[in-house]
Design a protein around this ligand. Structure first.
Ligand code: GN1
Ligand code: MG
Length: 353
């Protein structure tokens, strides 16, 4: 099957096809041909209703960067022999092909704060370089993706219509989300605050979406599916969610979840090195809030999915999304414990940029 897909992209001699794990949504394979390597992806069309719009965003952003920032390293799509940037195969799905960047490295976990700094520079640079990009030309690939008010509403609906056994099993976690609703209320204020500007935001800043070179210098960001107009708190927050703790959302031993202050500092310094001039005082003052916003949303999304029988994220073992939700709740608790300290760090560090 994949062979015939690859043929339509002009790849007829394929030596190896290796499945890459990592993302929860799309399928990804590394394709090894005699002279070159590629990344093939099948876009999950149950979630992304228009893979063609994603391809169009990637093309427009690539063209803009090529024109205005020709030194920026950008990974473009390789079209099919017929010139399509995404190939639709009925009853199978939407496929797209990227070149594999030779000697590039990705990480799924962080044990070096310098990499967190580099990643934050890359996500900051991406938004910074696209500062004058005509934002209304971006297709909205996932409407309301980081709309916390809507996510909260969906959570409330799941409390009414979800699996009753699971609702009873999750009483404490549900109570935690209800008790922290103020995080959603702050979001509702932010979107009405003119000092928060819509920017070109990546919306999925986990570490495996950054390419590094073999000397661990950041090269560029990848996985542009969710690049949409948004607020900086989405990108900074998801970095906090995924870089601060040494263990990921998959960890079942919650005692291993800790907030590593030097990683917070790395995110702050890396992001501000590119974005300080573009952030208003209100935005800067929300730097720590960014982490609360995203971790709260992710805890709620996993919990909502658990209550709705895992229809979005699926599960690899019983109670998987319940474990993920509770992991994120612990992460949020630990972040809140350090909020005062981290807020002082933002004031201190930002005065130096
Ligand atoms: C999904 O597919 P992946 O792993 O890049 C999700 C993110 C979540 C993440 C949690 C489109 O991202 O929002 O933060 O899982 N993407 C979508 O692991 O829902
Ligand atoms: Mg992704």
């Amino acid at each position: 099957m994949l062979e015939s897909v690859l043929q339509q992209f002009g790849l007829s001699t394929v030596l190896e096809i290796n499945t890459l794990k990592g993302g929860l949504i799309n399928n990804t394979w590394k394709i090894i041909c005699p002279d070159k390597q590629y990344i093939l992806q099948r876009v999950n069309a149950d979630i992304f209703s228009s893979p063609v719009n994603i391809a169009s965003n990637i093309k427009n952003i690539g063209d803009y960067l090529q024109l205005h920032h020709p030194d920026y390293f950008f990974v473009s799509l390789i079209p099919t022999l017929k010139g399509e940037e995404v190939l639709f195969i009925p009853n199978s799905g939407y496929y797209r092909l990227f070149p594999f960047v030779e000697e590039s490295v990705t990480y799924s976990a962080l044990n070096n704060a310098e990499l967190a700094f580099q990643a934050a520079v890359q996500f900051g640079r991406f938004t910074h370089l696209l500062g004058n990009f005509p934002i209304n030309q971006l297709h909205i690939t996932l409407p309301n993706f980081h709309n916390l008010s809507l996510r909260y509403h969906q959570f409330e609906e799941a409390l009414k219509n979800g699996n009753e056994l699971r609702i009873n099993n999750a009483t404490d976690s549900i109570q935690f989300i209800l008790d922290h609703k103020y995080i959603a209320d702050i979001y509702a204020q932010i979107i009405n605050n003119p000092n928060f500007k819509l920017k070109v935001v990546h919306h999925d800043t986990k570490i495996n979406n950054v390419l590094f070179d073999k000397n661990n210098q950041g090269l560029c960001v990848i996985d542009l599916d969710t690049v949409m107009p948004g607020y900086f708190i989405s990108d900074v927050g998801d970095m906090m969610r995924t870089y601060l703790s040494p263990v990921s959302e998959e960890e079942k031993d919650y005692s291993q979840i800790v907030i590593r202050e030097e990683y917070f500092k790395a995110i702050l310094e890396g992001y501000l090195s590119e974005m300080k001039a573009e952030l208003s005082q209100d935005e800067l003052d929300s730097f720590v809030y960014a982490g609360k916003f995203i971790i709260y949303m992710q805890a709620m999304r996993f919990l909502t999915d658990y209550l709705l029988n895992d229809s979005y994220y699926g599960e690899q073992y019983p109670e998987h999304n319940f474990v993920r939700a509770n992991n994120q709740i612990v992460l949020l608790q630990k972040l809140i414990e350090k909020e005062g300290f981290l807020t002082k760090m933002v004031a201190e560090v930002s005065s130096r940029y």
